[in-house]
Design a protein around this ligand. Structure first.
Ligand code: HEM
Length: 432
């Protein structure tokens, strides 16, 4: 089995450390390029959507994601981005802080009522919480109770199958993905479940003029600009935003709580900061902005475990990156994981050290050795919402609970489409 297929993170890390800023490797019939030089990455992002585009591996997402912001290119993508970005500015997403806070409070209350002493599966818990938040942000209403478990396992099945499909497409040019393989069948069934649920939610939550939900905002934006439904399918945008905002945020939360249990002095420092800023209140936006140490812990966790660990493109034309020729149609990869662990830019890169994100230290690092939300024109459109969720959930949980890990626990990395913990992060909770 090729080393890339066995463990892409280790494979890319070795390439980056051993072969410099642009490394070539062959998979199947194609020559791929890994760019691990900050200026080379800046070059890709600067020319993204013009000299670089999303190619056939992104097409594999389409049966689940549709033709939304994450799968389209060129003018259709540009039109979509123009409509969606204003709905997700830092100021706009602050309207949804109440949704984040009340869903988190309900989760905390449910934990507080537990009678057993068993550890809590934090990945599952966070996935459930983020799903609830997303449903309210997107549709302005809660998911029907009976739809929740099916939707959670659908998102998981989609995430689990996609990387396999991408690897197969790289090695055998996608032929195998057309066979009824078990994971492809599960993928299709999961995409159907997801689409049915979104259709039901949209049918039941026809947006009002003053509706604050993303569905309302998307509908108004499409009407005001007269965007034709062929280029702006609201259903595909909703599905994309739902999927793109779900696993990323849930995985990030699971890793943050994992690191806090591995480094309990940090947990106590955060508790001190959060109690001082919040007291007994639920967080406001101003409170979140004052959580300086909490933000550093989140940044460091996103450094060590970036949920989106690789970003792929294809060269549209012949190009040159750091003096190396990239022929047209070559697949190109930039990897937040590789750059976040690169020994040329991070001292003892495996160490959990949130002080790395003190402002004077941040200022000394080149751009693009840290980019958990990507860069250039495709930079994460949901980053303000994602970061607000991370801050609010961490603040509320750490204020109310002391978290510890079961003895002898080992949690490894599982690079699916997002960088999951394996096995799940199980934690003991004790109310403070
Ligand atoms: C911690 C949470 C998150 C992380 C780490 C993350 C990371 C990323 C990254 C690295 C990209 C760039 C992908 C590329 O260049 O191909 C991206 C794009 C995207 N993200 Fe996020 N994301 C997060 C949360 C969210 C949320 C909450 C939403 C939705 C509300 C969202 C929606 C999207 C969409 C639609 C794109 C595609 C943007 C475009 O191509 O124009 N993300 N995200």
């Amino acid at each position: 089995m090729p080393a890339f297929v066995r463990d892409p993170l280790r494979f890319w890390t070795r390439l980056a450390n051993g072969y410099g800023g642009v490394a070539r490797y062959r998979i199947g019939a194609e020559q791929h390029f890994l760019i691990s030089d900050p200026q080379g990455i800046a070059h890709i992002f600067r020319h993204d959507t013009v000299r670089y585009y999303r190619g056939k591996y992104h097409d594999l997402l389409k049966p689940a994601f549709g033709e939304g912001l994450l799968t389209s290119n060129d003018e259709p993508w540009r039109q979509q981005r123009r409509l969606i970005q204003p709905l997700l500015t830092k100021q706009r997403v602050s309207n949804w802080l109440d949704i984040v806070v009340s869903a988190t409070a309900a989760t905390i209350e449910a934990w507080g009522d537990r009678r057993d002493e068993a550890p809590v599966d934090f990945f599952e818990g966070m996935a459930r919480l983020v799903q609830e938040i997303n449903a309210k942000v997107l549709f302005g209403r809660a998911l029907p109770y009976q739809a929740q478990p099916a939707l959670l396992s659908s998102v998981s099945a989609i995430n689990g199958s996609l990387l396999r499909q991408v690897k197969r497409a790289m090695i055998w040019d996608g032929m195998l993905n057309r066979l009824p393989l078990p994971d492809v069948r599960r993928f299709r069934a999961a995409a159907n479940t997801l689409h049915r649920t979104v259709d039901r939610l949209t049918a039941e939550s026809r947006p009002q003029v003053d509706d604050d939900s993303l569905y309302g905002g998307l509908t108004r934006a499409a009407n005001e600009t007269g965007s034709p439904p062929e280029t702006f399918k609201i259903r595909d945008q909703l599905i994309t935003l739902f999927l793109a905002g779900h696993e990323t945020t849930a995985v990030a939360l699971a890793w943050i709580f994992y690191f806090l249990t591995e480094h309990s002095p940090w947990s106590e420092r955060l508790h001190g900061e959060i109690s001082t800023v919040l007291g007994d209140r639920t967080p406001t936006l101003a409170d979140l902005n004052r959580l300086v140490l909490t933000r550093q812990v989140i940044d460091e966790s996103l450094r060590l475990r970036p949920p989106v660990y690789a970003i792929g493109r294809r060269a549209r034309v012949d190009d040159e990156v750091c003096g190396c020729r990239i022929p047209a149609e070559s697949p190109v990869v930039v990897s937040p994981y590789v750059m976040h662990h690169h020994p040329a830019y991070w001292h003892e890169p495996e160490r959990f050290e949130p002080e790395r994100f003190e402002p004077d230290r941040v200022a000394t690092r080149p751009a693009f050795c840290y980019f958990p939300f990507g860069g250039g024109p495709h930079v994460c459109v949901g980053q303000h919402l994602g970061m607000m969720e991370l801050l609010a959930v961490v603040a509320m949980v750490v204020r109310d609970f002391r978290l510890t890990a079961p003895p002898g626990r080992r949690v490894a990395l599982q690079p699916w489409i997002t960088l999951r913990p394996k096995p799940d992060v199980r934690l003991f909770l004790a109310r403070r």
